[in-house]
Design a protein around this ligand. Structure first.
Ligand SMILES: C[S@@+](CC[C@H](N)C(=O)[O-])C[C@H]1O[C@@H](n2cnc3c(N)ncnc32)[C@H](O)[C@@H]1O
Length: 312
């Protein structure tokens, strides 16, 4: 069995050395070191909604502890995060048909069998059969499972660290033409980077990616939590996984994306609309459909944004 103990944040054991050896040698580097007793980010996330096959006992324990700390709802948050990502990628695939290169950074594990929403790469392939797709992750299980289950048919899985973005993009360039626009997905991963690291990610995208590239973001928030709960949740998560999450507010996220243009979305019946990025909305507010109308605003939903890079 392969587990991962290596994801993000300055507080985590670095999981990025492998990315540089991969770039140097051109060969897929071995998965990062792992310890089955150490809960990994991808497995804890899977355990929120929990199938036993896709998480370890230690990860299910952490998920239960976090759920208790915030008063429940993490299963709903994960479900809605995935649903929002699915709505956003399908929307962008349809309305930016000329962009046919996709990069999902912090892709996580392939979705468990039987989940309602399939892998994002498969959703986009239905709209763009010739799309090219890179799945990037820092941790062992997403890489091993991704390579085994998703690679082929225009999909490649790469090891990479969002905090070492130039290196990651140099490797990505062997598969995608970065002089042309790409769609980058940052699903539930930017909140593992501190403010400087997160700001740098947006700055590097702006300087390295073609203008008109699109960034799709979902991000954990503590906006609906009672006072004190954000600190409890983040310190508990860090203690158990050695990875520090940063639960940013809608305004903080908007500030992070301030240099980007808001994406025009097309509401049925009312034509294209631009979403102001003053406050990044909650996942169920982004391109809402019938299922999101049922969402409870006080549950711990993430925030979601689609931003267009202007280029530097
Ligand atoms: C919460 S999961 C999200 C999975 C998927 N994107 C989604 O939203 O459904 C976060 C993923 O990001 C990965 N990750 C964390 N820090 C990373 C980093 N610095 N670079 C690349 N991947 C990272 C983790 O290993 C994990 O698979």
């Amino acid at each position: 069995m392969i587990a991962d103990s290596t994801p993000s944040s300055a507080s985590a054991a670095p999981g990025s050395e492998g990315a540089s050896s991969e770039a140097r040698s051109g060969e897929p580097s071995p998965p990062p070191r792992f310890d089955p007793a150490m809960p990994g980010v991808a497995g804890v996330y899977n355990a929120f909604q929990g199938t036993e096959k896709d998480s370890l006992p230690a990860e299910r324990a952490v998920a239960a502890e976090l759920d208790e700390l915030i008063g429940g709802g993490l299963d709903e948050a994960r479900r809605e995060n995935r649903a929002a990502l699915a709505r956003m990628v399908s929307h962008v695939a349809r309305h930016r048909p000329k962009i046919r290169q996709w990069m999902d950074i912090g892709a996580g594990m392939p979705v468990p069998e039987g989940e309602k929403i399939s892998n994002l790469s498969a959703l986009v392939r239905e709209i763009q059969p010739d799309r090219l797709w890179l799945n990037v992750d820092i941790a062992a299980r997403p890489l091993v499972h991704g390579r085994a289950l998703l690679d082929g048919d225009g999909v490649t899985t790469l090891k990479g660290d969002l905090r070492q973005l130039e290196q990651l993009l140099a490797e990505a360039e062997r598969h995608l033409n970065l002089r042309k626009p790409v769609v980058v997905i940052l699903g539930a991963v930017l909140h593992f980077l501190n403010d400087d690291e997160a700001a740098r990610v947006i700055a590097v995208f702006r300087s390295r990616l073609a203008a008109g590239s699109v960034v799709i973001v979902t991000h954990a928030t503590g906006d609906s939590f009672p006072p004190g709960v954000v600190e409890k949740v983040t310190s508990h998560y860090e203690r158990r996984t050695r990875v520090q999450p940063y639960l940013r507010s809608g305004e903080q996220l908007a500030a992070l994306l301030a240099d980007c243009k808001p994406f025009k979305w097309h509401e049925p019946g009312s034509g294209p609309q631009e979403l102001p990025l003053k406050k990044v909305p909650l996942t169920f507010e982004m391109l809402p459909d019938e299922s999101s109308a049922l969402a409870d605003p006080s549950a711990p939903h993430a925030r979601a944004a689609i931003a267009v890079l202007r280029g530097s």
